[in-house]
Ligand binder design. Structure first.
Ligand code: NAD
Length: 252
């Protein structure tokens, strides 16, 4: 049964959304999708110039925030909130064998990929609980489920995102809040392009060969899944991690 007042499929009219790392790549596709669906979108990104340009184009609002800085997250989300939908998308990766990484690398990777999701979710939940509605959508990675040669700490941080998502789902179901994660495979974004530039065609081939569909994904293919999870129609889905990875999760 569809609840009374449910928006038409794919519509987010009247919803207020925060998208971290929304200036480019997957985040930018989510911002575009949300704006087209009628949501009021706040883009939280380190790159204010790029976030502002996109915000101007789609009728969103840009905010400069380092999601690795918990105090800054609280200040920005309080200033621009409350939010009905929070997408924890900002992330950074690193390509190095674990033995070549430093404790400083671990701290930075955990801060931006995992603690950032704690901070944004913590800032958003009280208002969601009061409103008896909320959607937390976390962008993890298939690397969390498969491990990653050259990405041990990144994978561990993303694995933490999956466990965090399930716990938030358990604690907040009674408030009408859902929490889900999307696990992308290799998606054509500036992050992936930087990895390919460093590792060459060999890494590109390895990435595409790891998918059943033998191709890279597009940012819009992640945004479509995020838009669905944010929609009224996804009300009965919570605590899940959904792979959008060309079948990478089931092996090549
Ligand atoms: P990207 O590097 O192309 O874009 C990331 C965005 O996040 C940028 O706009 C950047 O300015 C912003 N950002 C980075 N650090 C930030 C910080 N501390 N505070 C605020 N903003 C910050 O990355 P992408 O490929 O679009 O990745 C988006 C998410 O998807 C990340 O969490 C990433 O780990 C995940 N992911 C990507 C892939 C892929 O193949 N591209 C695969 C699996 C998971």
């Amino acid at each position: 049964m569809v609840a009374p007042g449910t928006r038409p499929f794919g519509r987010l009219d009247g919803r207020r959304a925060f998208v971290s790392g929304g200036a480019q790549g997957i985040g930018a596709a989510i911002v575009r999708g949300f704006a087209e669906a009628g949501a009021h979108v706040v883009i939280g990104d380190l790159d204010f110039a790029r976030a502002s340009a996109l915000a101007g184009e789609v009728g969103a609002v840009a905010a400069r925030v380092d999601v690795g800085n918990t105090d800054m997250v609280l200040a920005i989300m309080t200033q621009h909130g409350p939010f009905d939908i929070v997408v924890n998308n900002a992330g950074v990766d690193q390509h190095a064998f674990f033995t070549d990484t430093t404790p400083e690398d671990w701290t930075r990777l955990l801060a931006v990929n995992l603690v950032s999701a704690f901070a944004c979710t913590h800032a958003a939940l009280p208002a969601m609980q009061a409103a008896a509605f909320g959607r937390i959508i976390n962008i993890t990675s298939e690397a969390a489920r498969l491990g990653s040669k050259g990405g041990a700490v990144y994978s561990a941080a993303k694995g933490g995102v999956i466990a965090f998502t399930k716990s938030i789902a358990r604690e907040n179901a009674r408030f009408g809040i859902t929490a889900n994660a999307i696990a992308p495979g290799p998606i054509r974004t500036p992050m992936l392009e930087a990895a390919v530039e460093k590792g060459g065609d060999k890494i590109l081939r390895a990435m595409t060969d790891a998918t059943l569909l033998r191709r890279l994904g597009e940012p819009e293919e992640i945004a479509a899944a995020v838009l669905f999870l944010a929609s009224d129609q996804a009300a009965y889905i919570t605590g899940e991690t959904i792979g959008v990875s060309g079948g990478m999760g089931v092996g090549g």
